[in-house]
Design a protein around this ligand. Structure first.
Ligand SMILES: C[C@H](O)[C@H](O)[C@H]1CNC2=NC(N)=NC(=O)C2=N1
Length: 194
């Protein structure tokens, strides 16, 4: 636990590097049932029992406390060209939604997708957010559709183009995005969930 804490402390001290966040996010160490560092801005070992307000703030940062969500964020995507990849049913997708807090199912042109929106501080922070997501996407070989509209509204759609539907890859990518440390990027007021 101490070693992992040291690793996490180092991560905290390093300047925000997209590649290191993406790398850390994809090798998510399941060291305890408490949230790890990247999404919460505080080392997991400092986490006590949380009040409702703290949970709201953590969720606003995209941080997720559920062990299932952390487990999913640890996984890696399989190649989208894999013959074993098939689109999942809407029921299967609904069952997995609980592990990607804040995301919802949408259908566009008959294609089932994962969708989530955030309000960011400003246009440049929106692009910074995109760079963090891009690092994970490149690492995983699985890419989201990124939208930055009205200068401070980020919208991300995730789906598997090769099968024109949703696969586990999409939920893994959404979980990794949820575990990014978005402190300093999100607009304070607009993201604390009711
Ligand atoms: C060759 C490369 O692996 C494929 O084109 C990948 C790239 N990233 C991808 N991303 C997504 N979301 N769906 C895909 O089908 C996909 N295919």
């Amino acid at each position: 636990m101490i070693r992992a804490a040291t690793v996490h402390a180092q991560l905290l001290l390093q300047p925000r590097s997209y590649a290191s966040q993406a790398k850390a996010a994809s090798r998510w160490p399941l060291v305890s049932r408490k949230p790890s560092l990247l999404g919460c801005g505080r080392p997991f070992y400092q986490m006590g029992t949380r009040g409702q307000d703290e949970n709201k703030v953590l969720t606003a940062r995209g941080c997720h406390t559920s062990p299932e969500s952390q487990e999913l964020a640890k996984k890696s995507c399989v190649p989208c060209s894999s013959k074993d990849l098939h689109p999942m049913s809407e029921d299967s997708a609904k069952k997995l939604l609980g592990q990607v807090n804040g995301w919802e199912l949408t259908t566009e042109g008959g294609i089932l997708k994962l969708h989530r929106a955030w309000k960011v501080k400003n246009f440049v922070k929106g692009l910074e957010f995109f760079k963090l997501v891009a690092a994970i996407a490149e690492q995983e070989g699985h890419h989201p559709d990124l939208h930055l509209v009205g200068w401070n509204n980020v919208k991300i759609d995730v789906w598997t183009h090769s099968v024109r539907g949703l696969t586990d890859n999409d939920f893994i990518l959404a979980a990794k995005i949820n575990h990014l440390n978005l402190e300093g990027i999100l607009s304070k007021r607009a993201n604390v969930q009711k």
